[in-house]
Design a protein around this ligand. Structure first.
Ligand code: GLV
Ligand code: MN
Ligand code: MN
Length: 413
């Protein structure tokens, strides 16, 4: 058959996404499918059922990563891998992650029903805990698979309620027997929504990121002195929440202060005992710093850390700082990035060479295999929110670009 004419079934991709969106659906139209919860398990079960219908060789590894391998003509050749993640943010959207998994599934269904055989095998993957919002850090299981993170470190991660990653993985029945260990790959693709406004602003359909910013995560713990808010004079207080408030503004001002390419965010805070008439004595908050320039991000961190220590001293609130996680910026494989751009053009879609501000498993995969991503527009640039939207037409366009990138890579000798 004429492979050039091959197209995915956009309607079927839409149906798969709609079916998945029912699992963990939130009233405002998003999904809450936190990693290793019952919702994650139900979505995995459905995914595995769909993989079985394609006669793929299914492997579940000790990190709960799910792989489905479609045989090639020459199975001794390193395969091409493609996928993303099924887990979501709390009150997240219906496209983040799952589009890349369902998009790859749709590409494989298209190959299956057209009896297309590729030279190399193609492997579809769902990576466990991409989001990192239940168990920090993010992208932990692609990190273990790629050899950048330690498996037992991952098993020991705890969520806010004290549940352990390893135990939750076992509880939902996805601690598989296969080692989470890299093997040679010919290429890795990840299809994803942009999660930002650039494609929409520039009126383009397909984004080809040249890479991903570095991601640096920190955890800050402050200790104050609790007391009755009425009788306790303002002077001499050790209010841990006020110390945190000053620090949070320093983080917000950091990109302006440092200049260059950078974003910095405090997204999570716990305040104890969290009562309106007790002076707060215990705080935990997070810091997220991202840049294309790793050194610049580290300099910024050193700068703000100095401010944190000064604020803690002045307010008499001892501080504990954890440098939780750093993943370097990931410049993707130039040949594959160009392939994404060229494929989009050949299919008649407008395309943009850009940068990914969002983190993806592609960061770790880029450390071990030629990697590229395919982006489609996020309406209003909104993501990690329930109103996250991408048009079905754009989902289909990205699916076609993925299909043809997979075909090219999988047919290379
Ligand atoms: C991953 O979702 C990120 O934090 O960018
Ligand atoms: Mn994602
Ligand atoms: Mn996300």
């Amino acid at each position: 058959m004429d492979l050039k004419a091959l197209r995915i079934n956009g309607k079927r991709l839409q149906q798969s996404l709609e079916e998945m969106a029912k699992i963990g659906a939130t009233p405002a139209g998003g999904v809450q499918r936190l990693t290793l919860t019952d919702e994650d398990k139900r979505a995995r079960d459905l995914f595995v059922q769909w993989l079985k219908e394609l006669d793929l060789e299914i492997t579940i590894d000790e990190m709960g990563n799910i792989f489905g391998k479609r045989a090639g003509k020459n199975n001794a050749l390193p395969p091409v891998m493609s996928g993303s993640h099924i887990d979501s943010q709390p009150k997240g959207g219906r496209f983040d992650g799952i589009l890349g998994v369902m998009g790859t599934l749709e590409a494989l269904r298209t190959l299956h029903e057209n009896d297309v055989q590729t030279e190399r095998p193609i492997v579809i993957v769902d990576w466990t805990n991409e989001e990192g919002s239940r168990f920090a850090p993010a992208m932990v299981s692609s990190g273990v698979w790629a050899g950048a993170l330690d498996r037992d470190y991952a098993y020991g991660l705890t969520d806010i309620n004290g549940f352990k990653f390893g135990e939750e993985l076992e509880r939902i029945g996805y601690k598989g027997p296969a080692p989470a260990k890299k093997h040679p790959l010919h290429a890795y693709y990840e299809y994803h929504i942009e999660q930002g406004p650039m494609l929409e602003r520039q009126g383009k359909t397909i984004g080809a990121p040249k890479g991903i910013l570095c991601l640096h995560w920190y955890d800050i713990y402050l200790t104050g002195e609790a007391n009755q808010v009425g009788p306790t004079p303002m002077e001499g207080r050790h209010d841990a929440l006020c110390a945190a408030a000053e620090m949070i503004l320093k983080v917000n001002q950091l990109p302006d202060k440092m200049g260059g390419n950078m974003v910095a965010t405090v997204g999570e805070i716990q305040n104890y005992p969290n009562s309106r008439n007790i002076i707060p004595d215990r705080i935990h908050f997070t810091v997220d710093i991202r840049s294309w320039d790793d050194e610049h991000a580290i300099k910024a961190w050193e700068d703000v850390k100095t401010d944190f220590n000064a604020i803690a001293r002045r307010r008499g609130c001892p501080i504990k700082i954890e440098e939780t996680w750093r993943v370097e910026h990931s410049p993707f494989d130039e040949k594959l990035v160009q392939r994404v751009l060229k494929t989009a053009e050949n299919l008649g879609y407008s395309a943009l060479h850009m940068v990914s501000g969002a983190g993806h498993d592609a960061s770790y995969m880029n450390q071990i295999a030629p990697t590229a991503m395919i982006f489609v527009p996020s309406i209003g640039g909104r993501s990690h929110v329930e109103v996250e939207e991408t048009t079905w037409e754009d989902c289909e366009a990205g699916g076609n670009v993925l299909l043809h990138c997979l075909l090219q890579s999988a047919n290379e000798q």
